[in-house]
Design a protein around this ligand. Structure first.
Ligand code: GDP
Ligand code: IMO
Ligand code: MG
Length: 424
């Protein structure tokens, strides 16, 4: 009955798509449980590149049913265009299933996301502008529009009307923007409703039955631990719970059903958007990590901020998620350095911290304490076993494993599906 969770251990873009794809052949279901089309997951199969934003990465695996759980926020136009794009490329997929309880992102959510960011100026979060925060805010505020509402025109109209009564005050009086009409939003929803309706099922019932029947279900996290609204670098976070605890409310399966939790972690660190980042490199090394690692956002195309591996964050991710293992990615990118620093602790106001400090103000001025490892200065993308790795790369991997707190299940040595070393 395995239920497996794959999630990000840092600030996103760790290679979750690739890790999910690797487990692909064994999966019956692949489930998104939070986030929306703020995610960008890349999968490279036989040299061909695919990027998914809202669709679960498992959609590329023959025989695997993709599911969008109740915890996800859905921009249905994006959903349909992603499905159409895959069909155009001739990708055969199982029918997508969507929870009736998931919330819809509408044009007023994306508009409010963008104008809020502009309003914040230098204090902006650096969101993806996809309407994620405003949609989750409406959900918590009990004024959201859910997928189920597309089945009842009267309720739908009432909900949109109620929401716009407030939103238009905000748009017009605070942000000096034009008001959005109820009809405009209802027309937008009507434009896709008939295509979405056949996908809608009780996904909680479906997944629990699947687990009862011994099927393998993968819960694919988007974003990451440090972007979690509770456990991340608040307020510079996304508006959901990408951490393992989010699986249960986001999909309707109980926590006791989960068997494995895999934290995907890069051999260095990246971050997109604003917020603290202790090991960030603003020098040549940072630029080289970005260039060699191709660290540019899949969703917004922004440069990713780059820095060294941070073992304090790894230990924190292990603690918050109760990881059973890590999957280390992008080790190949470090092949161009003679000496590789790893952050083993922070110094904050003269005090050494082995664990994440309690407050964000402390984290904002945490200075990394580095330990240095010898580089290997060679291309390792052809290695397929741990023994084939250069000795210095082996030492680096074992040292990270030791300081991060959970066993390493595999190591990525390139973007391709086959460019992987499985350790256990
Ligand atoms: P996700 O959001 O966690 O799924 O990650 P992204 O797709 O946004 O970013 C990860 C990038 O790294 C993608 O371009 C992947 O193709 C690539 N990638 C994944 N694993 C490896 C690896 O082991 N080595 C290299 N060089 N690239 C990798
Ligand atoms: P994947 O799944 C990296 C970041 C944004 C911003 C913050 C809030 O590909 O790892 P939001 O639009 O969610 O309100 O933005 O979160 N962010 C990501 N950074 N990878 C992602 O997804 C991200 N999704 C959101 O840059 O700092
Ligand atoms: Mg990504």
């Amino acid at each position: 009955m395995p239920a497996i969770v794959v999630l990000g251990a840092q600030w996103g873009d760790e290679g979750k798509g690739k890790a999910t794809d690797l487990l692909g052949s064994t999966l019956d279901y692949c489930v998104r449980y939070q986030g929306g089309n703020n995610a960008g997951h890349t999968i490279v199969i036989n040299g061909e590149k695919f990027a998914t934003h809202l669709l679960p990465s498992g959609i590329l695996t023959p025989g695997c049913t993709p599911v969008i759980g109740n915890g996800v926020v859905i921009d249905a136009r994006v959903l349909l265009s992603e499905l159409d794009a895959l069909a155009e490329r001739g990708v055969q997929t199982q029918p997508l299933l969507v929870s009736a309880n998931a919330h819809l992102i509408t044009s007023y959510h994306t508009t409010i996301d963008k104008v809020t960011e502009r309003f914040l100026g230098k204090n902006r979060i650096g969101t993806t502008g996809r309407g994620i925060g405003p949609t989750y805010a409406d959900k918590i505020n009990r004024m959201g529009v859910r997928v189920a509402d597309i089945f009842d025109e009267k309720i739908l109209a009432e909900k949109v009307e109620g929401a716009l009564e407030q939103k238009n005050h905000l748009l017009v009086k605070v942000f000096n923007r034009r008001a959005i009409s109820v009809d405009e939003v209802l027309e937008e929803i009507a434009s896709y409703a008939d295509r979405i309706k056949p996908m809608v099922v009780d996904t909680s019932l479906l997944l629990n039955k699947a687990l009862d029947d011994g099927k393998t279900v993968l819960f694919e996290g988007a974003q990451a631990t440090m972007l979690d609204v509770d456990h991340g670098t608040y307020p510079f976070v996304t508006s959901s719970n990408p951490t393992a605890g989010g699986v249960s409310p986001g999909s309707g399966i109980g926590p006791t059903r989960i068997d494995r939790v895999i934290g995907v972690i890069k051999a260095y660190t990246t971050r997109v958007g604003s917020g603290p980042f202790p090991t960030e490199l603003l020098d040549d090394d940072g630029d080289r990590l970005r260039t060699i690692g191709a660290e540019y956002g899949v969703t917004t195309g922004r440069d990713r901020r780059c820095g060294w591996y941070d073992a304090v964050i790894a230990r924190y991710a292990n603690r918050i998620n109760g990881l059973s293992e890590f999957f280390l990615t992008k080790l190949d990118v470090l092949g161009a350095w003679d000496r590789i620093p790893v952050c083993v602790a922070y110094e904050i106001d003269g005090v050494r911290h082995e664990e994440m400090p309690m407050t964000q103000s402390e984290f904002h001025h945490a200075k990394p304490v580095y330990e240095f490892f010898d580089g290997w200065n060679e291309d390792i993308s052809g290695c397929r076993s741990f023994e084939e790795l250069p000795k210095n790369a082996q030492t680096y991997v074992r040292a990270l494993e030791e300081m991060s707190g959970a066993p390493f299940w595999g190591v990525g040595v390139g973007p391709g599906r086959e460019e992987t070393i499985v350790l256990r």
